[in-house]
Design a protein. Sequence first.
Length: 189
Amino acid sequence: MPAPVGKTSSQDFTAPLTARTDRNRKIWLLGYYLTSLVILVLDQFLKGWVSTILPLCQAGQCESLELLPVFKLTLLHNYGAAFSFLNDAGGWQRWFLIIISSLVSGLVCVWLWRTDRQQWLTAVALVMILGGALGNLVDRASTGYVVDFFVLHYEDWYFPAFNIADAAISIGAGLLILDMLLHRSSVNG
């Protein structure tokens, strides 16, 4: 039944607003997912580029491209997880890590979908984690290893080699921790 002339029902008033809000939500969610895709594409592009300009680093023979006194590019293949964990596990780790990466990526997609627009720091963190997880998943599924090439070092100290995907995951995890700390302090304070 239509509302009398001069009066509007609350349902009539909120319907266009709800449709507009839903459309806006889909647009910013699409933007977040596309940003994850950009991280994935950048990661894959750089891995391919480094793989064409440098030979694989092997014991006794390792060619690098020195960019700064503490930063160089070195092509490495990581058959394991972070910090080469499970690197020499015999092959079963490939499928295990593909399953774990797929599950984590799916959970992050759902978490991002359920994130409110006001939780922008959480969303940015999830976008980075998703892009990085997918970047390493593509490597592992297509080749059985992850291409690492960034090496930070100082004299004889070396940080484990990493790639854009690893950096995105690490930054995303740091942002999630920061968001939790900020959220906890705003709730408590």
